[in-house]
Ligand binder design. Structure first.
Ligand SMILES: Cc1ncc(COP(=O)(O)O)c(C=O)c1O
Ligand SMILES: O=C(O)CC[SeH]
Length: 422
């Protein structure tokens, strides 16, 4: 029975969409639910234990991203963290306008009106391959006439944002540049460190500070992430991408002092009033990544390379197009975006014909787009008929070469079935 079960259990290769909880994390959560259920503000044992669990988690997340515990603000997830960055950047811009209007006397009574019409609207710069929680936030602010927005197109040669293109987009009223650290569909990594260095080199003589944010959701747990080495002001952390609970956090370099941070909600003072309310707090899952990242990274890279070798061996190099291969770009170790060429092999059709493989054709939040090819791939210069056949295969810490063999055989059978249909 076990053999039959094994032969027919599914193989998950959609780790960029979300990850399962590590058993150790489930145990830690269960223990916390039994013992540290109190209100962290309460002085009795259950509350003291809850407060200690949060402090430990904060310390671990800070170590995970190269920050200090006081730099970590827990949120409900990456979407909230990204929205908090945009909200804070606009508030900071309005404050700098008000201060300038009052002759630079920041102690003058605050004029609570919005930025006077004398000042241009704040300007935001994002890439054209951002996650929807960045793209749609910027789109809303544009439609609501709260900000001007520039989408910097990724290079169709490298699949990544080029620093010069971002610099060219900078205006006197630019207040935020938000570029993701790694793309969730292609796995291509963006030149965040170089971008921050170049922007800071031109920021000195500006009236409006340019705040720098990277959404590191897809990078954490796969590659090393060091916010201070990158030089960002904000960095988004998403728990369910590295086997942690569905929570998020925002790294802020000195929240409310070095870097502006303005709450979107008001309440009981939690998170130093930057993000009040008792959401679920992560169990110190970050420790696993801190201790094991080199092994995780090398294992995922080995598995992905093996997957790519087997795909070419089974289908032939001429029938396989790797949509995540850009010669001059770094990419995540675990992501293989691949198209099996052929008029009947659209990605969704192939996946629905598979009996074992669980994967996606692109971002989970784009499933409403139906059979339209991914705009991310089209933005990277992938031809439409190739993008239509895309399969996003993202391996995890535990994906084995045996899993790869099963998946490639499953794909071979699916393609054979689809191509035999008249
Ligand atoms: C790149 C990226 N940013 C942000 C998010 C949103 O995070 P959350 O699902 O915690 O809101 C995700 C995943 O869903 C993501 O892949
Ligand atoms: O890329 C994914 O599937 C998660 C973000 Se929608």
């Amino acid at each position: 029975i076990r053999t039959i079960l094994y032969l027919y259990h599914r193989i998950y290769m959609d780790y960029n969409a979300t990850t399962p909880l590590e058993p150790e994390v489930i145990q830690a959560i269960t223990k916390a639910l039994h013992e540290a259920w109190g209100n962290p503000s309460s002085s009795y044992t259950a509350g003291v234990k809850a407060k200690a669990a949060i402090a430990q988690a904060r310390e671990n997340v800070a170590r995970l991203v190269g920050g200090k515990p006081e730099d970590i603000i827990f949120t409900s997830g990456g979407t909230e963290a990204n929205n908090l960055v945009f909200h804070s950047a606009l508030e900071a811009y309005r404050e700098s306008c008000r201060t300038a209007e009052q002759g630079g006397d920041s102690h003058h009574h605050r004029d609570n009106s919005r930025t006077s019409s004398a000042w241009p609207r704040p300007h935001l710069i994002i890439s054209n391959v951002e996650h929807d929680s960045v793209r749609l936030t910027a789109e809303h602010l544009l439609k609501d006439a709260q900000a001007d927005v520039t989408l910097v197109a990724v290079s169709k040669v490298t699949g990544r944002v080029e620093v010069e293109d971002v610099l060219t987009a900078v205006r006197p009223n630019t207040c935020l540049i938000s570029i993701m650290m790694a793309n969730n569909e292609t796995g291509v990594m963006m030149p965040i460190r170089e971008l921050c260095q170049r922007i800071r080199s031109v920021s000195g003589q500006r009236h409006h500070r340019i705040l720098l944010h990277t959404d590191a959701a897809q990078a954490i747990g796969k590659v090393g992430v060091d916010a201070r080495d990158l030089g960002v002001d904000y960095l988004t952390i998403v728990g369910h991408k590295f086997y942690a609970p569905r929570i998020g956090a925002l790294y802020v370099n000195g929240p409310g002092s070095t870097t502006p941070l303005h709450p979107m909600m008001f309440g009981g003072g939690q998170e130093r009033n930057f993000r009040p309310g008792y959401g679920w707090r992560p169990i110190p899952n970050a420790e696993l990544v801190i201790s094991n990242l080199p092994e995780y990274e090398s294992h995922m890279l080995d598995t992905r390379k093996y997957l790519e070798e087997r795909l070419q061996a089974v289908f032939g190099k001429e029938r396989i197009h790797f949509n995540s291969h850009f010669p001059d770009s770094e990419s995540l170790p675990n992501t293989c975006n691949v198209s099996i060429l052929g008029p009947r092999l659209q990605g969704r059709k192939v996946l629905s014909s598979c009996r074992r493989l669980l994967a996606s054709v692109g971002a989970a939040c784009h499933t409403h787009r139906g059979d339209r090819p991914s705009h991310i791939l089209l933005s990277c210069g992938i031809p439409e008929e190739v993008a239509a056949n895309a399969l996003r295969l993202s391996v995890g810490r535990g994906t084995s070469r045996a899993d790869v063999d099963v998946v490639v055989e499953d794909l071979r059978n699916a393609v054979e079935t689809l191509e035999s249909l008249n």
